[in-house]
Structure formats: C-alpha cells, structure tokens
Design a protein around this ligand. Sequence first.
Ligand SMILES: [Zn+2]
Length: 178
Amino acid sequence: MCESLGIPHQVVDIRAIHGLIDNSALTNSAIDMPTGDYDADNLSATVVPNRNMILLSLAIAKAVNIGAARVDYGAHGGDHILYPDCRPEFVEAMNHVAGIANFEPVALHAPYLHASKADILRDGLSMGLDYRHTWTCYEGRELACGQCGSCRERLAAFAANHSVDPLDYAIDTSQVAH
Ligand SMILES: [Zn+2]
C-alpha cells in the first residue's frame, strides 16, 4: 500500500519485549488464539498489556524524530469494551501526553474512534482501497484464518456493506458471519 502511494514504510521488530508481555495469545504462541465471535469473555486472551501505549510511544518518537506534527491511530468504536487503550478517554489522555512529552508537540489523530468496522469499510470501499492488500487476521499465517474474532468482524463488515471480501482465506468463508 505504502509503495503504491509513494509513502516511506518502516517496520520495527519489537519481538525482544515479548518476554515482558507474554500473557496474551497475540504475544505468546503457547496460548491458544480464541476463535468465534468478538466478545469480552471469548477474546480476553488477545489483550496485550499496555499494547497501544507502547506502539503509540514508538510512533510518537518517530514523529518527533522526523519533525512530523501528527500521528494517526486506527482505534475504532468496536474495540471499546474489550480494549481500554482503544477508548476515547485513553486517546484523549495520550493526545495530551504527546503534546507535552517532547519539546516538539505531536497531535494524536483517531478519525475512526467512534466508527464501527462496517463504517470504516464503507469509507475504504468508497475510496477504492484494494482490500486484497490489507490484513486483519490475528494469526500470523500465510492465509487469513477466517475463524478468529478479527477475521469474523471483517467478514461481517463486508456482509453489512453487501460486498465480498477479496482476500484469500484458509477456509470457505461464504457461511461465516452472516
Ligand atoms: Zn483470523
């Protein structure tokens, strides 16, 4: 995506800190990834301690490093119940911190903070985004699993938009999330 838009893309390997935060299915392969629908009981195993503060901290550092005044954050409305670091009060406080943690203030921008995944997908489709080049699955495999909460929400968002997900899945997804 970045290449096609001419945007520099930097990947940072932070696996070295997994030992600090390994009590989650997202950071410890020995913990089973939950499958099924997105709800707090089912997906609590996917909560990573302090995850978004860690990631935003790195992004804000990068912004200061290159003189950028803004960091965009993809928090969305569907995650408010399960993930405290996707809630408006967190974004508001983090925006405040980003404004004072350095001599160069950085603004935190979360345009989808109150939007559902169906709303976000509608926006992307209207902009012509090619969803074959996007990744949602919690599993780091070759193909998206089609069964984790994240895959199921994605498929439900496509169904809500009367659209078909162009991504290849490891399973037949035609019966999922309707
Ligand atoms: Zn998945």
